[in-house]
Design a binder for this molecule. Structure first.
Ligand code: NAD
Ligand code: MG
Length: 299
């Protein structure tokens, strides 16, 4: 690990690469290992302090992007972790599993498609079995496909986006709740798109509004059971989601240029907030949505 960590004071405008970037089309879901420049998931910088010691977490989308940064941080904070991802992302996933195991925690992989209800149920049951319990669910997996017009969004695309972003969240939460002890936490991943919709994200943006609504309902329902539920709403983050159909390539080139910090965020810059929301440090925080946007604030 380098001598620079998440606490080293730096200028946030130049801390990470700024646009312009290269065109770099990939097929969805895309791989972090093929991005130029490679995203920073905290591999060489995140330092843990036992903030999640003994905790047991399932992270969807844990192979790349925000999910990978969360997985690395959770492992370094002492949590056992199961990650879910799609089979075609195995190469990315193996890198994360290796890094997590170096922290001395148990790290398991369970690839599979969360668009299937039966798989979501199996994922929770397997995670509970692998770790002998589960007390943190982090829903990070998501699908984003740009289209100029809603007339270009097929029913198949609309269905796949809602299944991945909304139905899976519902199925995973439903399956996990009976297993959660008091003190457990659920963290969902919304987006600035829940509040400030891009016209080319006609199916994706509404899924993110649904995630905000579902997070608040669930938090209010589960409060009396001692279970907290929050969401993180990222702005533009440098991950495979964007060049693999999330944005047109001309927008990938200038990604992050239109926000006050003038660059996209890196996955590593999201990790600490997930750690905070997962841990007991945030004991009085529930039903909240936290923006990590580079200066494009939530309303
Ligand atoms: P990413 O591509 O690294 O992660 C998304 C992950 O979703 C993939 O790695 C994949 O494993 C998983 N996934 C997609 N479809 C799946 C399926 N059917 N079954 C199982 N897993 C599936 O990109 P990311 O940007 O880190 O995305 C993580 C989350 O952050 C998503 O919910 C996304 O909507 C949200 N988000 C991203 C940005 C951004 O600018 N990158 C901004 C706001 C919100
Ligand atoms: Mg991935």
């Amino acid at each position: 690990m380098s001598s620079t960590n998440q606490y080293s004071m730096r200028d946030p405008t130049t801390q990470y690469p700024r646009p312009p970037f290269e065109e770099q089309p990939q097929h969805a879901p895309g791989l972090a290992k093929d991005m130029k420049p490679r995203p920073d998931h905290g591999e060489d910088s995140y330092v843990g302090f036992g903030r999640l010691k003994g905790r047991k977490a399932l992270i969807t989308g844990g192979d790349s992007g925000i999910g990978r940064a969360v997985a690395i941080a959770f492992a370094r904070e002492g949590a056992d972790v199961v990650i879910n991802y799609l089979h075609e992302e195995e190469e990315d996933a193996q890198e994360v599993l290796k890094i997590m195991r170096e922290s001395g925690v148990s790290a398991h992989a369970m690839p599979g498609d969360i668009k299937e209800e039966a798989f979501c149920e199996k994922l929770i049951a397997t995670a509970v079995k692998e770790m002998d319990g589960l007390d943190i669910l982090v829903n990070v997996a998501g699908k984003q496909t740009w289209q100029d017009s809603v007339l270009d969004i097929t029913t198949e695309q609309f269905d796949a986006t809602f299944k991945t972003n909304v139905y899976a969240l519902f199925w995973l939460c439903k399956a996990v709740i009976p297993h959660l002890p008091r003190g457990a936490t659920i963290i969902n991943t919304a987006s600035i798109q829940a509040y400030d919709q891009s016209p080319i994200l006609g199916d994706y943006a509404p899924t993110k509004s649904a995630i905000v609504g579902f997070t608040k309902v669930l938090a209010k329902q589960l409060a009396s059971q001692g279970i907290r539920v929050n969401a993180v709403a990222p702005g533009p983050i440098w991950t495979p989601l964007q060049p693999s159909g999330g944005q047109p390539q001309k927008k990938v080139i200038e990604f992050g240029s239109n926000i006050p910090l003038g660059r996209p965020g890196q996955p590593a810059e999201l990790a600490s907030i997930y750690v905070f929301l997962a841990s007991q440090e945030s004991s009085f925080v529930t039903a909240e949505v936290f923006g990590v946007t580079g200066g494009h604030p939530l309303p």
